[in-house]
Design a protein around this ligand. Sequence first.
Ligand code: AP5
Length: 212
Amino acid sequence: MILIFLGPPGSGKGTQAKRVAQKRGLPQLSTGDMFRAAITAGTPIGLKAKGFMDQGALVPDEVVVGVIADRIKNPDCASGFVLDGFPRTIPQAESLDKMLTSSGKSVQGAILFDIADSELEARLSGRRTCSKCSAMYHISSMKPKKDGICDQCGGTLIQRDDDKIEVIQKRLKVYHAQTSPLVEYYKSQGKLKTINAALAPEKVESDLLKAI
Ligand code: AP5
């Protein structure tokens, strides 16, 4: 099963992709996590991506498509995967379709995480992420048991550089200009399902599991 989680920054794609991927035994492929890991490791791709990410802009299509093309060749992707944050532009979606068609595969569904922009600022500015295992928390809606410490691995919780207010606003603009056209792209293929991402995480998860 190949699924795409589509939605604005902070809509909960990463939170739900981790849960669904674990429940369905599929890898979660987050291009944002891949770039952050590359930045930490100081690889050439990380160095290329950092400037764009810090400004809330998209990393160029050819870089992102190359990263995904390599990743989906791994044996763990043979029975499917959950794409979290990819594709983000029409050319990325077209490249993905070409890649999959050439290996006799296709996207089963694109899930749109529907939520008003007004909800997202508080979600993003309060987000904390584990520096070791990338588990996600929120300072008020998903608190860790111990302040600043990951429940799952004991790692330190950090705030992402692009979760500053001015960068959040830029990311939302970029989403509406460059990523939202994908809604029509998948709708016209009969693959789009929409869920209400403003509900509590457990309700979003159960709606999502029903939708897929
Ligand atoms: P990326 O890491 O993908 O960021 P994003 O898409 O902006 O999404 P976020 O991770 O910010 O939000 P999310 O929807 O996953 O929400 P989350 O579950 O964390 O990308 C970062 C950057 O990398 C991009 O800006 C770009 O530069 C680059 N990039 C990545 N992919 C690219 C691509 N394909 N092309 C080009 N460039 C690319 O939740 C957010 C917070 O809300 C958390 O604190 C969480 O605990 C909380 N929360 C979640 N669900 C709920 C709920 N139901 N109720 C209340 N709180 C909730």
